[in-house]
Ligand binder design. Structure first.
Ligand code: SIN
Length: 279
């Protein structure tokens, strides 16, 4: 199999060319792709044109599908695959841009998804990039004193933090029955495959820190967010038609940008892969 993997920035992102994800992929290549995924945290497969069912089959190379929390976005013909669209609206009529504001996906699960995959179906001519922040590098460059302070701390994650600036779509009764009330995860987690440490916070879902007064917790979380979202830790993905992008939620924050002409459709398929309990 003739394919290439090339870095997209100094720390985050690798571009894969020459692989057709509808074709069988042998074990050696699977291992190489997974290694590139773990090292670069964002793997971009160019020139893919997959149906939802083909997408589901293709990503099973990397793991088991994770049932996403809000079934309202599930595709009826393939419910493990959801959609991202700029054509949904809150009940009050405002446009809903899924994924605006830095976050990591479904951290309110006991075993949050290790990866999220988006496959572009329709893109605006300009804008709508997905931005990533490398939480490993951000952790590495924390002062020793802050690392010591974070050691052993756990954050409380819920479906929708009351401190979040962004409001998520309401869950249906059926979806709510599948979502845990609250879980606690370490603020510094160790990647189960690379052994690297990364900061693990989520402004959309983090409600507080176990055993810490609320004002102190909110100050610490805000300081960490300011640190991790500095430009030197970011990679900004400019979408191209045919892109299939898989990112590592154990190592990154990410956000969507609603900075484009809303008269143009932005529509992507989305699937997540099951992860481990963060430690
Ligand atoms: C997401 O947060 O899962 C969506 C990101 C995007 O639409 O760019």
């Amino acid at each position: 199999m003739n394919y290439t993997i090339a870095p997209l920035s100094e720390h985050t992102g690798a571009e894969v060319r020459g692989i057709d994800l509808t074709e069988p992929i042998n074990e050696v290549v699977q291992v190489q792709l997974n290694r590139a995924f773990v090292d670069s945290s964002v793997l971009v497969f160019r020139d893919q044109h997959l149906t939802p069912q083909q997408l589901l089959e293709a990503v099973s190379l990397f793991g088991e599908p994770f049932p996403q929390h809000n079934s309202r976005f599930a595709l009826p013909e393939c419910p493990l695959v959801h959609y991202i669209s700029n054509q949904d609206f809150y009940p009050d009529g405002r446009r809903y841009i899924p994924g605006e504001g830095y976050h990591t996906d479904h951290s309110n699960a006991a075993r949050p998804p290790k990866a999220t995959v988006l496959h572009a179906v329709s893109l605006p001519d300009l804008g709508g990039d997905t931005q990533y922040a490398d939480m490993r590098l951000a952790y590495d460059e924390l002062p020793q004193e802050t690392k010591r302070r974070l050691d052993g701390l756990k954050a409380i994650h819920v479906y929708q933090s009351r401190h979040s600036a962004r409001k998520l779509m309401e869950l249906s009764t059926e979806s709510r029955s599948r979502v845990p009330d609250a879980v606690a995860h370490p603020i510094v987690r160790t990647h189960p495959e690379s052994g690297r440490k990364a900061i693990y916070i989520n402004p959309i879902r983090t409600e507080g820190i176990v055993g810490m007064p609320e004002t102190d917790a909110l100050t610490l979380l805000a300081d960490l967010l300011e640190h991790v979202t500095q430009p030197q830790y970011q990679y900004r993905h400019q979408w191209r038609p045919g892109d299939l992008v898989m990112w590592d939620n154990r190592s990154l924050l990410h956000k969507a940008n609603g900075d484009y002409d809303m008269g143009q459709l932005r529509y992507l398929y989305r699937i997540m892969l099951q992860g481990d309990v963060p430690v």
